[in-house]
Every structure is written in C-alpha cells, then in structure tokens.
Design a protein around this ligand. Structure first.
Ligand code: ZN
Length: 338
C-alpha cells in the first residue's frame, strides 16, 4: 500500500438515521439508502471518531478517510493543514422536521473549554419544499438574560431571524451565531470538522432512543455572539473564467467554496496548500489527474483531489456539469490553466 501515490477518489458517504430525516437523498441524488430508514445526513467527507467516509474507487476502495490521512498526511490534506486529521467536513442534510436550535464555539473560545473544537460552517441550499426556511442570528436586539428567559419558556424561536431560502442560496454560520435548519430544506453543509454543538432548544422532542436529547444552555450562553447580526445570505462573487462560470461562494480562514459551471472540458492547477473536495450539483463529469484512473461522478457524488495532484482535468458529459469545489481558505481553488 505504501507504494500507491495519492490519486483522485470518489467517496462513499457515512449515512446517519435521524428522527428529523427523510428520503430526499434517494429522490434527488439516487443515493442508495437503507430501506425504511429516515436518513438525515450523508457525511460525504468525514474523518471523525463518530463516522468515516469511505473510498469508493481505485486501489484503496474500502479504506476510510482517516486511513488515507494516516497514509499520506499533508500530501493529501495540503501544506496549510496540520496533516493529522482531515481539515474539512462536508455533509448533505435532509431536514424534514425543524432541527434543534444550536450554536458552535469559535477559535477564541475553544481554548478555555475542555475538548471543544471551533466550528465555522456554511450552507449551500440544494432543494426546498414550499415555505422552507432557516433560522440565523437574532431578529432584533437580544441580551443574555432575555434570551435565557425565552429559552426557558420555549419561545427562543421568536427571537431568531427566519430566512426563506431557495436552491442556490449560500449562508455562512459564523461561530457564535445561533442557528437552525427548518423543515423542508436539503442543503450541502461545509465546515470545520468539529462536533462541538451546544443545543439550546429541541422542541421537547425525543431522540431515536426515545429520550430527550441533552441541551447545553449554559455553554451556549457563554459562546453566543450577542452583537452579531450580519446578513446571512452571501453576495456571491463572480470570477472571470472564459467559457466557464465560476463564483466564489464563501472565503473565510477555515474554508473556501467555489461553484463552477464547466463547459465541455477544463484543466486547473491544484494549490499544494489544500486538498479539494468536488461535489456534483448537476450533470455528470469525469475528473482525472496524473495518478490513478479517471473518476466518474454523477449528480450528488463527491470526489477528493489530493493537494499534491498537480493539474487536474474535468470533462462534462452531455450537458455542462456544475460542481462545488471546497478547500481551505485564502487561496483560489479552481485555478484554470486551459
Ligand atoms: Zn450547526
């Protein structure tokens, strides 16, 4: 195995059954789901103790993402990552009920909290049922005491800003921002790989085991950003890219996300500083690099491009393929050479 060079591989997601999940991953993306299960999350790219995505193509098919990181380190993850675990987490969420209201800590706070890891996340909305929305930040001035009181009375939702969403909307959830995904929304979530979530309110619901899920109000109150009220939906920046349509969706220190509508064929240079994650929004394509066999990707599938890949090629089948490319923040991801 040591002689195998990092190659571009398709991933098989780790699926999570959830009380609030549904069957939309099958309907929208033909993902094979276990019969009779409500699937809430597909962890397309995950290297966490709680779950691992698995390689679905090539010589290392069946290996977990964590095993690849152990094998290749920064050759895979990039020189700007630590190289010890995978630096990003990408999930598809299918929310068929309102998800719990929650908040995550940021870099400035995690030092003081044992076991906590920073989590900056963003959402790309994929599909929305009539009236689908998300909650993001406060709708007006709120302080710690008034929010704690509203939570006690089961009225936290009333203080949050409700945003109607449509497919293609991009929303960044900075650490400290109270948020929730509401019923009828399917989205792609890209984030720092942390499971540090402080749940504020869960609608009094029971989990899969029939017991109420734990809440973490004190921890939440300690990390909430009471000033934060920046607009949630991001203005997306278009980049000149010839026959291709290229937009930067989000660029924060922890991650960068670009959206590419590719003409028939293009090649781009991969920055050795960061691994790249390719998720197919529409159409189908083939991605190939110097090492390993080309990878075929259908709508809803995800591939990883190692940071050491050099120049890669994407060929669209039939119609123009539309993909999301995610990586570490600060550098151009789709650096087109032709
Ligand atoms: Zn969250």
């Amino acid at each position: 195995m040591d002689s195998i060079k990092p190659y571009i591989f398709r991933m098989r997601p780790y699926l999570c059954e959830k009380v609030w999940g549904g069957r939309n991953l099958e309907r929208l993306f033909d993902k094979p789901l276990p019969a009779n299960e409500l699937v809430g999350e597909a962890w397309e790219v995950a290297d966490l103790p709680e779950g691992q995505s698995v390689v679905d193509s090539g010589a290392l098919a069946g290996r977990t993402l964590g095993q690849l990181v152990a094998l290749w380190g920064q050759q895979l993850t990039g020189s700007r990552s630590e190289g010890e675990s995978f630096p990003l987490l990408v999930k598809i969420l299918d929310a068929q009920k309102d998800l719990s209201i929650q908040v995550h800590p940021g870099d400035e706070q995690v030092g003081a909290i044992a076991g906590a890891r920073s989590k900056d996340e963003c959402w790309l909305v994929l599909d929305v049922a009539e009236g689908g929305s998300v909650l993001h930040g406060f709708s007006g001035a709120v302080d710690r005491a008034s929010f704690a009181c509203a939570v006690e009375q089961g009225q936290a939702v009333d203080l949050l800003r409700r945003i109607a969403v449509a497919p293609g909307d991009v929303i960044r959830v900075a650490p400290g921002t109270v948020h929730a995904i509401c019923s009828g929304v399917v989205l792609l979530e890209m984030q720092q790989p942390s499971d540090t979530t402080y749940r504020v309110y869960d609608y009094g619901r029971a989990g899969l085991d029939g017991r109420p899920r734990p809440l973490h109000l004190e921890q939440a109150l300690a990390v909430i950003d009471w000033e934060g009220s920046e607009a949630a939906q991001l203005i997306v920046e278009r980049v000149e890219a010839g026959a291709h349509a290229l937009h930067v969706l989000v660029d924060v220190p922890a991650y960068r996300v670009e959206r590419l509508k590719a003409a028939a064929r293009l090649r781009w240079r991969v920055d050795p500083g960061s691994v790249q994650i390719v998720f197919v929004l529409d159409g189908a394509c083939r991605v190939s690099g110097r090492d390993g066999a080309p990878v075929e990707l259908a709508r809803g599938q995800t591939a990883l491009i190692p940071a050491c890949a050099g120049t890669v090629e994407l060929v669209s089948h039939n119609k123009h393929a539309e993909v999301v490319v995610a990586g570490l923040g600060g550098h151009v991801l789709v650096d087109i050479v032709e």
